[in-house]
Design a protein around this ligand. Structure first.
Ligand code: 0WD
Length: 260
């Protein structure tokens, strides 16, 4: 008996085997979930690198579908939700594990970021959650759960996190507002605030290596989190085990957030 037997949902944000979404996906599959996936569209359809990377991971585990989706495009989101509805009818969970900021804007002081870079970052990293929730509302079963990924840099100033810190503040605020709105349907919305994990996105954050050392030295558990720990906590927040939790940002960071 798995926690997700009979449960269906969609995962946005696997780029490769290091992605946090992949760590959570493995736990969901282990608990019996039926899952559809999206990947960042490939620029050259003749060389579908993104599609192949995601398919290679999820198809052996029984993915129900793998489709492209650029979250900046309403038509892509509409097509994905049409696919979800056709495949599953109603769903029980949505995992949003997506963020992006142009390197030129992300690696500068916040006051130097461009208008275009700010809009793009907010669009991909924040509005995408709002857009998904709006589309998911009609097809979520009562008891359903929506989860996004955030970082402590949205609550406190973390050197090097810069523009993405602003995005994560807005994302966490979106989680609270949407949780209050969708709670009437019995749907929960939460954020998992992960400690640093080596992924492609993380490589764009300046001082990332310093972050790992900082957590190892100063977090209460004196180490960095493992991908498996993030995977299990993510699965927990998407499962009925977290039934009373909504509008929450849960820190999965070896306790680092309590340190002054
Ligand atoms: O230390 C870390 N890695 C932490 C990550 C600590 C705490 C939080 N997070 C967050 C990130 O900010 C993000 O919200 O976790 C989430 C997932 O990030 P990740 O697993 O670290 O990164 P990655 O494996 O790169 O997945 C993010 C993916 C993109 O990957 P690439 O590397 O290709 O940019 O987001 C997707 C894409 O697959 N993505 C998009 N998907 C659809 N449309 C778009 C887009 N426009 N842009 C990026």
């Amino acid at each position: 008996m798995g926690l997700f037997d009979g449960k269906k949902g969609v995962v946005f944000g696997i780029a490769n085997e290091r992605s946090i979404a992949w760590a959570i996906t493995q736990q969901l599959f282990a608990q019996g979930a039926e899952i559809g996936f999206t990947h960042l569209p490939d620029k050259d359809p003749e060389r579908p690198k993104n599609a192949n990377k995601v398919k290679k991971l999820v198809e052996p585990l029984g993915a129900k579908f793998v489709v492209p989706c650029d979250v900046q495009k309403d038509e892509d989101l509409d097509a994905v939700f049409a696919k979800i509805t056709e495949q599953f009818g109603k769903i029980d969970f949505v995992l949003h594990s997506i963020a992006f900021a142009p390197p030129a804007d992300l690696t500068q002081e916040v006051y130097k970021c461009s208008r275009a870079g700010f809009s793009l970052s907010m669009d991909i990293s924040v509005y995408s959650l709002i857009a998904m929730c709006g589309r998911a509302k009609a097809i979520m079963n009562p008891g359903g759960s929506i989860l996004t990924l955030t970082y402590l840099g949205g609550e406190k100033v973390i050197p090097g996190y810069n523009l993405m810190g602003l995005c994560k503040s807005a994302l966490e605020s979106s989680v609270e507002y949407i949780a209050s709105e969708m709670g009437a349907d019995g749907v929960r919305v939460n954020a998992l605030s992960a400690g640093p994990v080596r992924t492609i996105s993380a490589s764009g954050v300046g001082d990332f290596k310093k972050m790992l050392t900082l957590y190892e030295t100063f977090s209460p558990l004196r180490r960095n989190i493992t991908e498996e720990e993030v995977g299990k906590s993510g699965m927990f927040l998407l499962s009925d085990m977290s039934g009373g939790i909504t509008g929450e940002t849960l820190h999965v960071d070896c306790g680092y957030h309590v340190m002054g």
